[in-house]
Design a protein around this ligand. Structure first.
Ligand code: FAD
Ligand code: DLZ
Length: 522
């Protein structure tokens, strides 16, 4: 809709799709008499990478609900819907259109979650000749400057070091200067698999029936993006802050207790297991990470959840999530171009379709298509692992990841994918590549029992492609990774292999890579 011109306007406050936080710094000193909000659904954000229909619907529905909430609170919101005939199609073009009509004195925005968007907004403000007041994003517990202070002067900042500093500074799970329970990290108690009996019945994450606003969005996404990946039938994500809080309560009540123990386990037909499914609402800022941390700590203090679960959950949010964001802003823009292992393959089609005889990939991609969700170990030790062992270009894996996951935003996807899972950054996020054979997947899941490939075999027609490519990866990259923690041990195992077997592994790996490259599309 074209808003009426407003001769009295002071600040036009831009609220982006992942900034849906009523306590955002952009609302500090907001005066409804002279300030207004602009929210923009723009085609550019929905198409700069192809995006899962469910992800598109989540952003648009959550944005519309947030708009309504702001209006109920008496704020003027200039909302551009995707279907509006005068929608100019990008942040820059919409900012120009709105500024032309509303004539604000200044623009206000919180730091975006994407370096590309930050540049676009800065450039647009400059072109319009308007001051841009860029406020800090208070959603995060560690600001970019505080991260810089922690990282400065260290040869390499590891998550574990960062986590301990932040836990101590914020007094989370602390007994004075010591961690509650005496240990900082209970990672070793987070690695059980389910065994032959499987996981049993697990209460799924609380789902939310689409209301009228969401139904309109679902219809629009299906109509506007028929060729986007994924499907919408199972859309049940939280789309408001109230729903996000209910989803957190549901996790704390029903799944946190076993979260720690089974954090790394996988099971056919169980997409969520004991995980929170809160990343998407956290990343849209519908949920405050402090609430998630406080809720988990309270569950421990009241005896409702054990320390390995609560510490594990706190480590993910206070440790990994904040660390990853810090790395992103410290390293961008150069980070996106890193490719430490010179990986050059395109992304194979099976990552989009799930059409493969490999049960682990088929099940993981199948659940992505249905839910735009996979849990950490599926991302790292199935999908990410296979892409790295094949040698897919790390930035392309990140782009695919942005396409397929509801929770992907540039700041969080890029370091996790290019860094942690592909080792494209050569050791900034992690100290070594997460390389493993099919035996790891067999140990942690029941996928292999449903697969025609044998995880123990590296050669032969029934050899597991993960296992073949694992040995080939070590062979190809031995000089680059030899120094990494535990890598020497893995390379020593390779060197113990019979030379003829190593030649056969190389031949089979080349065939697998050629087949995947021939099948690639985007
Ligand atoms: P849980 O397993 O229940 O964990 C709780 C919370 O911890 C999550 O909701 C999330 O907010 C946080 N968390 C845990 N690990 C990380 C991490 N490494 N980085 C950031 N937050 C973390 N997370 C995203 O939010 N967006 C992404 O685009 C993303 N991409 C990833 C790509 C790869 C290759 C890998 C290995 C991990 C990625 N992660 C990403 C981290 C993690 O896998 C997801 O946050 C988690 O699986 C989301 O599911 P959940 O909410 O059920 O999480
Ligand atoms: C992911 C996404 C999509 C699909 N659409 C929009 C949109 O129309 N408007 C918007 O403000 N944000 C959208 N987003 C999120 C952005 O791509 C991007 O992740 C954030 O703006 C970075 O802060």
């Amino acid at each position: 809709m074209t808003p009426p011109s407003d001769p009295t306007m002071r600040n036009l406050v831009l609220v982006l799709g992942d900034q849906l936080d009523a306590n955002s710094a952009v609302f500090d000193a907001f005066d409804p008499a002279v300030d207004a909000v602009a929210m923009m659904e723009v085609a550019e954000e929905a198409t700069y990478v192809p995006q899962h229909k469910l992800r598109l619907a989540l952003f648009f529905s959550a944005m519309r609900h947030f708009r309504d909430k702001l209006r109920e609170a008496g704020r003027t919101v200039h909302y551009t819907a995707l279907d509006d005939p005068d929608n100019a199609g990008s942040f820059a073009a919409e900012m120009a259109r709105l500024a032309g009509i509303l004539k604000p004195e200044a623009l206000v925005c919180a730091q975006p979650g994407d370096w590309r968007v930050l540049q676009a907004i800065r450039d647009a403000a400059k072109a319009l000749g308007l001051p841009l007041l860029m406020r800090v994003d208070r959603h995060f517990l560690v600001g970019t400057e505080a991260f810089e202070t922690i990282a400065a002067g260290r040869k390499a900042l590891r998550m574990e070091t960062f986590y301990r500093i932040v836990r101590r500074d914020l007094g989370v799970l602390m007994n004075g200067d010591k961690p509650v329970g005496g240990q900082w990290n209970l990672d070793k108690e987070n690695r059980s698999s389910f065994g032959k009996g499987g996981p049993g019945a697990i209460p799924p994450p609380l789902g939310f029936e689409p209301d009228r606003t969401t139904r309109e969005v679902l219809e629009m996404v299906e109509r506007r993006f028929p060729d986007s990946p994924g499907r919408l039938e199972r859309f049940d994500y939280p789309v408001t802050a109230e729903q996000a809080r209910a989803a957190l309560d549901d996790f704390l009540k029903h799944r946190l207790e076993k979260f720690g123990r089974y954090q790394d386990a996988m099971a056919v037909g169980q997409p969520f297991l004991f995980h929170a499914r809160l990343s998407a609402v956290l990343n849209l800022h519908l949920l405050d990470p402090r609430e998630a941390i406080d809720g988990a700590v309270a569950a421990f203090e009241e005896g409702r959840a054990p320390l390995n679960s609560v510490e594990g959950f706190v480590r993910q949010i206070l440790g990994w999530r904040e660390f990853i964001r810090g790395v992103y802003w410290r390293e961008m823009p150069g980070y996106a171009g890193l490719n430490a292992l010179d990986a050059e393959l395109p992304m194979p089609a099976m990552f989009w379709t799930g059409e493969t005889e490999m049960a682990c990939i088929r099940h993981s991609v199948g659940q992505l298509i249905d839910h735009a969700y996979a849990h950490h170990i599926q991302r790292l030790m199935v999908l990410g692992l296979f892409a790295m062992l094949l040698g897919v270009r790390p930035y392309e894996v990140h782009r695919w990841h942005m396409s397929m996951y509801a929770d992907a935003i540039d700041w969080v996807s890029l370091p996790n994918v290019l860094g942690m899972s592909q080792y494209g950054d050569g050791g900034i996020v992690g100290s070594k590549p997460y390389a493993a054979s099919g035996n790891y997947i067999d140990k942690m899941s029941d996928y292999c029992s449903q697969c025609r490939f044998n995880p123990k075999k590296a050669t032969g027609d029934d050899a597991c492609p993960v296992t073949t490519l694992y040995w080939d990866f070590l062979d190809r990259n031995r000089d680059r990774i030899r120094g990494g923690r535990h890598m020497g041990y893995q390379i020593a195992n390779l060197d113990r292999k019979d030379p003829e077997e190593r030649r056969e592994i190389r031949r089979r790996a080349e065939r697998l890579k050629a087949e995947c490259a021939a099948d690639a599309y985007l």
